[in-house]
Design a protein around this ligand. Structure first.
Ligand code: ADP
Ligand code: MG
Length: 230
């Protein structure tokens, strides 16, 4: 199984903190992720960007850097001709932040249309007493400011997952407030259930965050991932 391999290879590296390099874990559970790849050289980065065929997002991949954009580790809307230079810039910024940081490479990722989407957060925290607690809420830059989220114990049924959407104050935002098109609620509910399954299958995952999970009228895209193994 693909998912098991991702976790085992991290364990072999002696790392209990994983980031976007573990996106395959989500793919394996049918949670949609933007096209992308983690590469370890500017030339490879350019090749991936050419394959994507449009401007890309580039992110530093390091277990020592938890909040990539805080250290200038995320560049959005990078044209193919700038990809090689941007690779070097990201590595320099990471080194400036922490000289001995482990750098696994750079992720080159397809751009997701945030204008037609709502940035949500979908996460899990394993509680010693209650087990895996799923968290769903408004994501992106609003996550700390508004603290609009709800928690359910995994595994969740379809009804419970759907109830999590109803629970948040920003539910109208998902349902097309202010003339926006409503997001694809069915896929969002399915995604909550798929994450519920993933964390139920892998007790070794003690913490996981998809932030943002971009919800659009056409589905969802897990744009960022961070998780901790025990
Ligand atoms: P971090 O949370 O570690 O800073 P993210 O991968 O979440 O890194 O990127 C930070 C922000 O950059 C996201 O919240 C989002 O607004 C934007 N972003 C990241 N990836 C994409 C993408 N593929 N398409 C569009 N915007 C993106
Ligand atoms: Mg993020």
């Amino acid at each position: 199984e693909r998912a098991r391999e991702v976790i085992e290879s991290a364990a072999r590296r002696g790392s209990n903190r994983l980031g976007v390099e573990a996106m395959e874990l989500l793919d394996a559970y049918g949670i949609p992720t933007p096209q992308g790849e983690v590469v370890s050289s500017p030339v490879e980065a350019e090749a991936v960007a050419e394959e994507i065929g449009d401007n890309v997002v580039m992110k530093i991949v390091s277990p020592d850097i938890l909040h990539k954009s805080d250290i200038g580790g995320v560049e959005v809307d990078v044209p193919v001709e700038d990809v090689r230079d941007t690779y070097e810039d990201l590595v320099v910024r990471a080194r400036n932040y922490q000289a001995d940081a482990t750098i696994l490479g750079v992720q080159v990722q397809e751009m997701v249309d945030l204008d037609n989407g709502v940035e949500t957060i979908l996460g899990m925290n394993r509680d010693p007493q209650f087990g895996p607690l799923l968290l769903f809420g408004l994501g992106g830059i609003f996550v700390e400011v508004l603290e609009d989220n709800t928690v359910s114990v995994a595994p969740v049924s379809e009804n419970e997952a759907a109830g999590m959407l109803d629970d948040i104050d920003s539910a109208p935002l998902l349902r097309g407030a202010r003339g926006r098109d409503p997001v694809d609620e069915a896929t969002l509910v399915e995604t909550i259930q798929r994450l519920s399954q993933l964390v139920t299958d892998f007790p070794a995952i003690v913490e996981l965050d998809i932030n943002p999970l971009v919800a659009t009228p056409d589905g969802v895209q897990a744009v960022d991932l961070r998780l901790t193994l025990d």
